[in-house]
Design a protein around this ligand. Structure first.
Ligand SMILES: C[S@@+](CC[C@H](N)C(=O)[O-])C[C@H]1O[C@@H](n2cnc3c(N)ncnc32)[C@H](O)[C@@H]1O
Length: 195
């Protein structure tokens, strides 16, 4: 893992600064790929998302797919303003998070048939239910609590379209677009916030 000091000047060939936060194993060329978990040999770096080493309005774009729900309430209150601070006017924050309203509705409509304990390290970490959305205690419970199959793989907060719109307004974003996609076994909100 590179040290943060090595990458603060990291930009793409076109001079843009693109931050990919919570990249996991998905390394994007031309982006500063950031993750809390060391991933040796990938070029990914570790940064405090609440204290990014970038000046105000210096970052062109930020991609945050399935990571913001991993922040606890305190981190959430510090990271969101930090993302807004570093983005340049017109810069875009693209994010994807589980659609908590959909998760709740799908959970309530699903069968309440507990099958087996979660087994740490087991390839099917869906407690014997696979990705069956008709079962409450399979993949649906991981949309509430995270996969819990490694460091950082816990969900600590949740998002609805209303919350995303309120955050955009609170932080002074100029515009927001919110849609839904089906990804990682469930419905997610995908939003673009324009600084
Ligand atoms: C569910 S994975 C998503 C990975 C990738 N974005 C994707 O969509 O496939 C969440 C990732 O966020 C990372 N993560 C969690 N908390 C983080 C934090 N505070 N700073 C940076 N990365 C974090 C985890 O280590 C994990 O790799």
């Amino acid at each position: 893992m590179s040290d943060v000091t090595e990458i603060t000047a990291c930009r793409a060939a076109d001079g843009a600064i693109r931050l990919h936060i919570g990249c996991g194993t998905r390394i994007l060329p031309g982006w500063v790929n950031i993750d809390a978990v060391p991933r040796p040999g990938t070029g990914a770096v570790r940064m405090d998302l609440a204290a990014l080493p970038y000046g105000d309005g210096t970052v062109d774009t930020i991609l945050a797919e399935h990571v913001l729900e991993h922040l606890d309430f305190s981190e959430e209150s510090r990271v969101w303003p930090e993302l807004a601070r570093v983005l340049r006017p017109g810069g875009v924050l693209t994010l994807e998070v589980p659609d908590f309203t959909w998760v709740c509705a799908t959970f309530l409509a699903a069968r309440d048939e507990w099958r087996e304990f979660y087994r740490v390290g087991h390839p099917d970490h869906y407690a014997g239910c696979g990705r069956d959305l008709r079962q409450r205690w399979g993949i649906l419970q991981t949309m509430f609590f995270g996969n819990q199959n490694g460091s950082g793989q816990y969900h600590r907060s949740a998002y609805t379209e209303g919350k995303l719109r309120a955050l955009a307004e609170e932080l002074g974003f100029a515009a927001i677009r919110v849609g839904t996609v089906f990804n990682k076994g469930g419905q997610a909100l995908r939003a673009e916030l324009i600084r």
